[in-house]
Design a protein around this ligand. Sequence first.
Ligand code: FAD
Length: 480
Amino acid sequence: MSRAVVIGSGPNGLSAAVVLARAGMDVEVVEAADDAGGGLRTRELTVPGFRHDVCSAIHPMAITSPFFRAFQLQRRVEYLAADISYAQSISPSRAAVAYRDIERTAERLGPDAAAYRSLLGPLSERIDDVAELSMNSLLRLPRHPVTAARFGARVLEQAGPWWRGRFGSEDAPSLLAGVAAHAISRLPSLSGAAVGLALAAHAHAPGGWPAPRGGASAVAGAMIDDLLAHGGRVTVGRRVDDLAEFADAEVVIADTSARELVRLAGERLPDRYAAALRRFRYGNAVAKIDVALDGPVPWTRPELAAAPTVHLGGSWRETLHAENEVAAGRYPDTPYVLIAQPSVVDDSRAPAGGHVLWAYTHVPSGSTRDMREAILDRIESHAPGLRQRVLGVHATTAADEEALNANYVGGDISSGAATIAQLLARPVLSPQPWRTPAAGLYLASSSAVPGPGIHGMGGYLAARTALADRGVAVPELGLH
Ligand SMILES: Cc1cc2nc3c(=O)[nH]c(=O)nc-3n(C[C@H](O)[C@H](O)[C@H](O)COP(=O)(O)OP(=O)(O)OC[C@H]3O[C@@H](n4cnc5c(N)ncnc54)[C@H](O)[C@@H]3O)c2cc1C
């Protein structure tokens, strides 16, 4: 049986491992951290009994990902979605709400109802086509050209100074600004529009923006169970420093950053390719807090208490200002804070009555600033009394993010800036960007197409490429 090694156990490493093991290879996953999962880990970071997601908490793309569909993830992990996908807290007395039901969302937007519906309806109705387009190489001929054309036209509309042109009021653009800010880029911009529209379309799709019951580690657990059932194994606590450690492996899949791949491969990569990987840019960063609460966040707007995801960005103007300050390398006075409240839908995350709060804000790359007070102050301004509910806080700076996971260079949780150029050429311009010039070596992480998020597609596509290179068919991935 030929041997395959996967370096890194994030969703992309594990998806590659599952595919190769099911194809009959002898697979070992080697992980630097003491626990497996990468962006899929849940831990008691604050107070015993309070289970916090170390990285990802909300997984819209896991529902539509072609890999997770084939893997039948939803038969293995229960996904919990609320009626509200996300909300934008505009002021202590005003919130805009993205319900899963686009009609309900549009109704609440009053005079902008038709404009909002016509922007997102055609995308959320064809969410599988949007997923197929956005979770693969953008250099292919699109399989669903009508959806691709609609998506592209809307990206161009939402990327320029005219982006609010179709709206007359503040709420719809504020909702869209909050979701575009996930791109951690200047706004408006092509990447903000592309990331924002893909995520906003998911918000109005049947799966919404769900949280996995038990936390993100439930997803890693399901993938590892499948790997073990097909003869694979996982070694934790071993950081790989040189690919020479795996000279006997026919296939090596790196779920590492592009930068780490250059370090590990050394002379094995041709100079031109190594230089291209060195030119790959990393973006700005996040600083995060995890909080144990003895009750729900005391939002002044009741809708926010029912929203698993809250964008605390103020109006669209404030959101753009905050993100553009970070893009310029500064700390905004009123930061945009991205909040997940998974215990709104999942009572297994905290002891009875308690809640877990997950919140991060964007900061310049490499920042060592502890943002706990800034984030708590910002939330408190829209939820007075929050601090009285706090039982424990765990803070992670951007520099800590990289120390915990080498993929997050400078605290960039996308493992490579999500600019349009780097979404097309990720990490290099190629229809098969997962294959490196070194025989048997592939890149699977979010430094490769399609980029960040819990979808497992980088690993799936890297493993498929490795199998195709050996004339081996892609195996069946479902439960049997
Ligand atoms: C704070 C935070 C919040 C996030 N929130 C969300 C969210 O809510 N929803 C969402 O969809 N996405 C979210 N993301 C992004 C998501 O987690 C990532 O896009 C995703 O995990 C990337 O998967 P990956 O497999 O490419 O890499 P990772 O999940 O980062 O895993 C890479 C693994 O490789 C290991 N590794 C690296 N180098 C080596 C080496 N040399 N030797 C051995 N092991 C190595 C690392 O330790 C790590 O475990 C978040 C990320 C962070 C950090």
